[in-house]
Design a protein around this ligand. Structure first.
Ligand code: IPE
Ligand code: IPE
Ligand code: MG
Length: 228
């Protein structure tokens, strides 16, 4: 049976292409990341205005630790600045922050800021902004399976209930920017029946209009879930 879907509840984005954006302009990679944060700011606001229930953003993967130290520290600095400068506005607008991945691997000051931000927005009921930090899907599934096994039989339902995303609506649409066509260890389980959308646009250039385009294509797709 076909299941027509018109409105996405949960959209996830692999925000890729910051480095190439900077390279094209002969700028340091950190500048690409800075512009990437500007894009995050715009998109969170747009997601809220569009009434998305959840927007999940891939900000730092378990594999990104293999990048040079100066790039990692630039990313950490931007993360701190984002929480300090922008969270207030989002919190007031009803956004709830949620982190997936093991953020305890970050430095103590970052962890403290994250936990403060989580506490401040915990009671909010607007769009949930889910940030994937030190996130890897294989790590998430392994952690979930371990917890499920401790409770009883390892079934798909039991694993799903232990995933970091357990309290979120099912993933509807997964977007990747910058022309790469791979998942890079992001939401492998959750993407089982998500619609995929790949665009050449580099993340710092991604605007709410691009999100609207993706959502329009999503609305026109027929999701069949294996039925007919
Ligand atoms: C995505 O941009 C941001 C993170 C992975 C943190 P990249 O830094 O991967 O940019 P490219 O892929 O090198 O262009
Ligand atoms: C995926 O992008 C991770 C994030 C966007 C945070 P990468 O740039 O790290 O992925 P690969 O290396 O191209 O697969
Ligand atoms: Mg990349």
């Amino acid at each position: 049976m076909s299941v027509p879907t018109h409105k996405a509840r949960h959209v996830a984005i692999i925000m890729d292409g910051n480095g190439r954006w900077a390279k094209k302009r002969h700028l340091p990679r950190a500048m690409g990341h800075k512009k990437g944060v500007d894009a995050v700011r715009r998109l969170v606001k747009a997601a809220r205005e569009m009434g998305l229930e959840a927007l999940t953003l891939y900000a730092f993967s378990t594999e990104n630790w293999s990048r040079p130290e100066d790039e990692i520290s630039a990313l950490m600095g931007l993360m701190k600045a984002f929480i300090l400068a922008d969270l207030d506005e989002f919190a007031k607008a009803g956004v709830r922050l949620k982190i997936i991945g093991d953020y305890n691997k970050f430095s103590a000051d970052v962890v403290e800021l994250i936990e403060g931000a989580l506490a401040r927005t915990a009671a909010n009921t607007g769009t949930t902004l889910v940030v994937a930090l030190n996130y890897g899907s294989q790590d998430e599934i392994a952690r979930a399976a371990t917890k499920a096994a401790a409770k009883g039989a390892i079934t798909p339902e039991a694993i799903a209930a232990e995933l970091d995303t357990a309290d979120l609506p099912p993933l509807d649409l997964l977007i990747r920017t910058s022309g790469e066509v791979r998942l890079s260890n992001f939401l492998l389980w959750q993407a089982a029946y998500a619609e995929m959308y790949f665009t050449e646009v580099l993340w710092p250039d991604f605007t709410p209009a691009h999100l609207e385009e993706a959502l329009a294509e999503f609305a026109a797709r027929e999701r069949r879930y294996g039925g007919r």
